[in-house]
Design a protein around this ligand. Structure first.
Ligand SMILES: [Cu+2]
Length: 169
């Protein structure tokens, strides 16, 4: 930063302002450092055997980070779509909603639920992260990917129970 002492009279004044600027810069860097440090909780969620693991059943509202890993033992793509749990619906209702013929990811079968973000396209061995901001309520993770153990495609993983419900307080 270049600054001219033209408008400043006297050596003492110059020193005072210089010290003030140095202090402000120090404070500024301290502030930006602390805002870069994640104060929001981090959850390490993973998919294994077509189930979500590692997510607590109840979490506090606000910003959170999720690291989503695919820990299957065979090549397959999973996703972790965050949706609002509709009031009056059960886990089985959501799972059954993926059993209707023609149900696939991205279609009306998936978009009927209010979306709150996602971590998608996670192949075996990969970990992807995202940040979410969830207000109090009931949510669920689901996977509408359609890959199978043998490599072809089948019904969405949700229909096989790839579902996890949690509450934000
Ligand atoms: Cu899946």
């Amino acid at each position: 930063m270049e600054w001219s002492p033209v408008s400043v009279r006297g050596q003492g004044r110059l020193f005072t302002i210089g010290a003030l600027i140095a202090t402000l810069m120090l404070l500024g860097s301290a502030c930006s450092k602390s805002s870069n440090t994640p104060s929001s909780p981090i959850y390490n969620v993973f998919a294994q055997k077509f189930r979500f693991h590692g997510m607590p059943g109840t979490i506090p509202s606000g910003n959170l980070q999720i690291n989503f890993s695919n820990k299957e033992s065979f090549p397959i793509t999973h996703e972790m779509i965050v949706k609002a749990m509709p009031s009056g619906k059960t886990a089985q209702d959501i799972i059954d909603s993926a059993k209707v013929p023609g149900c696939e990811g991205g279609g009306p079968c998936e978009t009927q639920y209010l979306a709150f973000g996602e971590i998608a396209g996670v192949d075996t061995g990969a970990t992807l992260s995202n940040v979410f901001d969830l207000s109090p309520g009931k949510y669920f993770f689901a996977c509408w990917e359609t890959g199978t153990v043998s490599g072809g495609t089948g019904p969405p993983h949700l229909s096989k129970g790839m579902f996890f419900q949690f509450t934000v307080t």
